[in-house]
Write a protein that binds this ligand. Structure first.
Ligand code: BDR
Ligand code: CA
Length: 322
């Protein structure tokens, strides 16, 4: 049997986080889940994570609550996108599954100081990870790789420049991006190549089991409010499950803007060396730019195979009913 990647997932469920967790629980070895305030407050993100693992009958996976707000600012939530509870219009019963007593950052430190074969996945603001690095700087050499849904090589969503997860706590993002840990960045330039539409809600509705109905309700909330949904976090985690979903990724230097009047939370991606090398990526090439002087701290996902992703998603959700 193919060896499954071991992952520790930090998240803020969140509609698309739930889809990512459903994919991860089937295809990856999830050693732990931590929660952070983001799409909604920490109480909700933790309860939602507990609910999803319970629904998937994976209560063996421990869940740890982390920080409820960014390092220096107040929490900006995204309830217009994810609903007041973080799960759209789904009314959930209180899960029996409860978070463990330990704080998320202590568990992140303990896990990565003891083991070196686990990948860290971040699907929310980077507060927990940054705080863990500040408390235990040796983590910089211990975490082999972070798969981060965040940022964008092109436009943002929260603002013209900034993607939500990075905007929510740019100081934390800066600590993580400057840490020297290799970051695989699944940004909006990549997730925007996915579009879940009403027909996809129907496909889920037609699978007759609890998890598919839950997924259909979540997706229908996103599709109804925005006409389509990218399911960013699910796209991000699919990169670990099937690397062929990302036919092109590029190494580059990325800085996090923490000060700009209009650009706070921007991932400033130095992709000048690639300009014009692929007509799909750029509008023209008139100047030759030297290779970036900065360290290539990020591998950014550039291209997305939507058909392959949707097949993985639907097959996985279907398999929960078998
Ligand atoms: C990211 O922000 C959140 O709203 C989503 O859960 C995703 O992690 C997309 O910008
Ligand atoms: Ca998220």
């Amino acid at each position: 049997m193919k060896k499954r990647n071991k992952v520790f997932i930090d998240c803020d469920p969140g509609i698309d986080d739930c889809f990512a967790l459903l994919l991860a629980m089937k295809h990856l070895e999830v050693v732990g889940i931590s929660t952070v305030g983001g799409n909604t407050g920490l109480f909700n993100t933790t309860r939602n994570a507990c609910y999803v693992v319970e629904l998937a009958k994976r209560t063996d996976i421990p869940i740890y609550a982390g920080y409820d707000k960014p390092m220096f600012t107040k929490l900006e939530t995204a309830e217009e996108v994810h609903g007041i509870s973080g799960l759209g219009a789904v009314e959930i019963r209180e899960p029996n599954k409860k978070p463990e007593k330990e704080h998320a950052i202590d568990v992140i430190i303990d896990t990565f100081m003891k083991q070196d074969d686990i990948l860290l996945v971040t699907l929310g603001p980077l507060t927990n990870v940054a705080q863990a690095i500040l408390k235990e700087p040796r983590l910089k050499k211990r975490i082999p790789q972070i798969l981060c849904m965040g940022g964008s090589v092109t436009a943002g969503n929260y603002s013209p420049c900034a993607e939500f997860n990075i905007y929510a706590d740019p100081e934390a993002a800066k600590i993580v991006f400057d840490s020297g840990i290799v970051i695989k960045m699944a940004g909006l330039n990549f997730t925007r190549q996915n579009s879940m539409i009403p027909k996809d809600v129907t496909i889920l509705k037609n699978m007759n089991h609890d998890i598919a109905q839950f997924a259909a309700q979540l997706l229908s909330f996103s599709v109804n409010s925005d006409r389509q949904s990218e399911l960013c976090d699910a796209c991000a985690i699919s990169w670990l499950i099937d690397p062929n979903i990302v036919p092109c990724s590029l190494p580059m230097h990325v800085d996090i803007e923490t000060k700009g009047e209009f650009t706070r939370g921007m991932t400033v991606c130095d992709y000048r060396e690639y300009i014009g090398t692929d007509p799909k990526m750029d509008i023209g090439r008139s100047v030759f730019y030297p290779v970036s002087q900065g360290v290539r701290n990020v591998v950014a996902a550039m291209e997305f195979d939507q058909d392959r992703f949707k097949k993985l998603l639907f097959d996985t959700i279907k398999s929960y009913g078998e």
